[in-house]
Ligand binder design. Structure first.
Ligand code: SF4
Ligand SMILES: [Zn+2]
Length: 316
């Protein structure tokens, strides 16, 4: 079986750019998406109940055998790598063995409830481990009401502390513009969230929301109740968070499309390029230089004011 996708890209480790293999595995999927699910999550489209444990190994081997040289690996499962229903224990151990001695860092994603000593103890290898959590917001209200995430901030902190006890790194995703927040409130929420977690996470990954198929968010979007975030909002958030002296990155997935983060569509390409370059080089001048370079910046400033007066998101 082939993975959903795999590719090589440059990643930054300790001021050095190295080639990184990213693999998106098809698994049985996130248990929470089967129960209730997060409003913006369309990952279940990449999952299948029929995936067997051996299929997961086959996907990893396919990616490794067909990729060029790499020194870091990111494994995404559209769920939780440490949930044994998705990736059984013996499969996880085999995966660690495949990369042991060959890479500098392995990044995996997990919901906090799967972070337990016996799971982390399985990793006895020489590579650095990074565990990524989709916290989305430090506000329990936003995470609960606007996202339906199904875990609390204290669940996240407990998991982070456990991961840190093993000397592993922590990456945290913050969601820019969950449903039913105005552009201005979304910006404030993400900045406040960064301020709260900056001392417990090594990296913040700004997840700029896009409208995925078959989601609650898609229904709101069709009804004119959601507009994907402006790229100017992302620029503002990245500048402010970077000034907190934290490693912050972002990849505007779906950027420049109606379903993805966008400005006026004319300047989107340049702004997206700046966000990607900044994420790699961590040079804040790249963001400052692109800020306010299009007439639509003025419109975006008006949206920030007017939406908060109107109390509802303004659409296109
Ligand atoms: S926890 Fe992650 S994978 Fe699961 S439903 Fe939420 S966003 Fe999707
Ligand atoms: Zn523009």
């Amino acid at each position: 079986m082939k993975p959903v996708a795999f590719w090589i890209e440059q990643e930054r480790i300790d001021d050095e750019l190295i080639p990184c293999l990213t693999v998106i595995l098809k698994t049985r999927g996130c248990w929470w998406s089967k129960e209730r699910g997060c409003y913006m999550c369309g990952f279940k489209r990449d999952t299948s109940e029929s995936v067997k444990a051996e299929d997961i190994i086959a996907q990893i081997e396919h990616a490794v055998n067909n990729a060029e040289k790499f020194e870091m690996v990111k494994i995404f499962t559209s769920g939780s790598f440490f949930d044994s229903r998705e990736v059984p224990e013996w499969v996880r151990k085999q995966i660690y063995g495949i990369f042991s001695g060959n890479i500098k860092r392995l990044t995996v994603e997990s919901r906090p409830e799967f972070i337990r000593d016996e799971i982390l103890n399985e990793i006895q290898d020489d590579f650095e481990v990074e565990v990524a959590f989709g916290l989305e917001s430090a506000s329990d209200t936003v995470r609960d009401i606007n996202i339906n995430k199904g875990f609390s901030f204290s669940d996240y902190i407990r998991a982070v502390e456990t991961v840190r006890n093993y000397g592993f790194r922590v990456k945290t995703y913050l969601l820019l513009k969950p449903p039913l927040l105005t552009e201005g409130k979304a910006l404030k929420d993400v900045i406040e969230s960064a301020r709260i977690i900056k001392d417990v996470t090594d990296t913040i990954s700004l997840n700029i929301c896009n409208v995925q198929k078959d989601t609650v968010l898609e229904k709101l979007w069709y009804d004119g109740l959601y507009r994907p975030p402006w790229l100017w909002t992302a620029i503002e958030a990245l500048i402010t968070i970077s000034n907190m002296d934290i490693h912050v990155i972002s990849d505007p997935v779906g950027g420049g499309k109606r379903r993805g983060p966008h400005n006026c569509f004319k300047c989107d390409g340049e702004v997206i390029k700046a966000i990607r370059e900044f994420s790699l080089l961590q040079d804040i001048n790249i963001l400052e230089d692109v800020r306010n370079t299009c007439h639509c910046y003025f419109l975006w400033e008006k949206v920030l004011d007017l939406e908060d007066i109107a109390g509802v998101p303004l659409v296109e």
